[in-house]
Design a protein around this ligand. Structure first.
Ligand code: NAD
Length: 497
């Protein structure tokens, strides 16, 4: 462990003497006590970002892309180590820890290409001798507040885009995962050193809980706040940013569903269900939480799933065979067990869902994933419980299934398993899924970085990552240029003096 920390540039001084205790979810062992950013340091941090912005916005975008290219190279070199630290600090199984770092590399590659493509439109002017166009300019410092479950990827989704768009970033990681953030900043420092002339304060890190995040949320000098976490957090952050006319990119809770139609390839569906419901121990914003199965296949599907669940290896996420690691902490396990009790009270039949005592490391919060057959979409089903609980509901008509799928407060990810073209297209149509992500014959989790990522309703409406999400990090300017010798007014208005 000491060697791993050292390779990632984490010094003894970084790890000792602070006030924030960091525990590994694997066994509850204290990994470090890191220093928190004091409230009176925040104005300096913000001022540094403002200064960096003035310099960075003048750097040509493709040159800004070069820094992100170097970051991608450094991440490639550090992939195994950073992935191992994700496993240690967030409890993800090894391949998911590595996958998270791969996502960082992928978004860097995407952003490098983007740095030569920050396109605006040319627009037809109604006036002779005039030209109109749209220009995209850097917007200013971007605050990135991230959740524990994607402790580093979420920073990179935002930072890689913000940096090529000309914006400095200030990162407030989850208080449950500061070490991976500190290590990522060290990796970024290696890229900065190779780049040569980046302004000081281009990417900063502040450590602490909601109060540290709030200093960014409330700062008018930070025009963009990208906040990833619970809907509870978004309800506080969104209005505060709006009150000062800032821009919030909110990536909040999900309650993702899969519809399994009678024609579905059930072998494929079972594999997709198991990965998306129990992967990351059900702690992805896109985890599958609701299975809406046609009544003609529901019993068969539940039988296949309970059989598959029974053989899932639960335990130390560092072991090559483990598929389900620990929950982030004992509080998360308590909330899962309490929600299963509630579901029972609401008429649910629970399969699995017990705390795991044997075979897993002591001190961690290990659970069997649960399948819960429900009589309807009750209060328990409508809530996001950040744990591996899969509720099963039945349906008879596709309209009924789509109505169930949409009838929850969240709107992140969704999917249908069907071989029927009409059903698939209906699900994707305006009258279909109301989510930001809707898939056919693919589970709801494990998105690629090329698409815009985010969701509707209580998921917050933000979009990050691919497609044209970069526009969220820039300000749009409409330009009209008159190259004629006259001054005609729009809409034919006459104003002769
Ligand atoms: P959380 O809301 O407890 O914390 C997330 C971050 O917000 C942390 O850094 C925290 O310190 C900060 N925060 C909390 N209250 C704040 C406040 N009032 N002001 C400023 N900052 C504040 O979430 P969590 O438990 O770390 O993560 C799990 C949640 O995140 C789940 O609901 C999950 O669905 C969601 N999530 C969403 C996405 C997405 O892209 N939609 C991705 C990952 C996680």
């Amino acid at each position: 462990m000491t060697d791993l920390f050292a390779r990632l540039g984490l010094t003894v001084a970084d790890l000792k003497g602070g006030t924030l205790a960091v525990h590994s979810p694997i066994d509850g062992v204290e990994l470090a006590r890191v220093r928190e950013t004091a409230a009176d340091e925040m104005p300096t941090v913000i001022a540094r970002a403002e200064k960096a912005f003035k310099a960075w916005r003048e750097v040509p975008a493709p040159r800004r892309g070069e820094l992100v290219r170097l970051l991608g190279e450094e991440l490639r070199a550090a992939k195994d180590d950073l992935g191992a630290l994700v496993t240690l600090e967030a409890g993800k199984i090894t391949s998911e820890g590595l996958g998270e770092v791969q996502e960082m590399i992928d978004i860097c590659d995407f952003a490098v290409g983007l740095s030569r493509q920050l396109y605006g439109l040319t627009i037809a002017s109604e006036r002779p001798g005039h030209r109109m166009m749209e220009t995209w300019h850097p917007a200013g410092p971007v605050a990135i507040i991230s959740a524990f479950n994607f402790p580093v990827a979420v920073w990179s989704w935002n930072a890689a885009l913000a940096l090529v768009c000309g914006d400095p970033v200030i990162w407030k990681p989850s208080e449950k995962a500061p070490l991976t953030a500190m290590a990522s900043m060290n990796i970024f420092a290696r890229a900065i050193a190779r780049f040569g002339d980046a302004p000081e304060g281009l990417a900063q890190l502040v450590i602490g809980g909601p109060e540290v995040g709030d200093a960014l949320v409330s700062a008018p000098q930070v025009p963009i706040v990208s906040a990833t976490g619970s809907t509870r957090m978004g309800r506080i952050v969104g209005p505060k940013v709006a009150a000062r006319f800032g821009r919030a990119i909110l990536e909040l809770g999900g309650n993702n569903a899969m519809i399994v139609a009678p024609s579905a390839d059930l072998d494929m569906a079972v594999r997709a269900i198991v990965f998306s419901a129990v992967g990351t121990a059900g702690q992805r914003c896109t985890s599958l939480r609701r299975l809406i199965a046609h009544n003609s296949i529901r019993e068969d599907l539940v039988a296949r799933l309970t059989k598959a669940y029974a053989s899932l290896p639960i335990g130390d996420p560092r072991a090559a065979t483990t598929l389900i690691g620990p929950l982030i902490d004992h509080g998360a396990r308590d909330r899962m067990l309490a929600m299963l009790e509630q579901a029972r009270g609401e008429g649910g039949t629970v399969h699995g869902g017990r705390a795991v005592a044997k075979g897993a490391p002591q001190g961690g919060a290990y659970v069997e994933p649960a399948i819960v057959e429900m009589p309807g979409q009750t209060a328990a089903v409508c809530a996001e419980t950040f744990a591996p609980i899969l509720y099963v509901l039945g349906y008879d008509t596709l309209d009924e299934a789509i109505a169930l799928q949409n009838d929850v407060p969240q709107g992140l990810s969704s999917c249908i398993f069907t071989l029927n073209l009409r059903e698939a297209e209906t699900f994707l149509s305006a009258a279909g899924s109301d989510c930001g992500i809707a898939n056919v014959n693919i589970g709801p989790s494990g998105a690629e970085i090329g698409g815009a990522f985010g969701g509707e309703k209580e998921t917050g409406g933000g979009r990050e990552s691919g497609s044209d999400a970069w526009r969220g990090y820039m300000r749009r300017q409409t330009n009209t240029i008159n190259y004629s010798a006259n001054l005609p007014l729009a809409q034919g208005v006459k104003f002769d003096i």
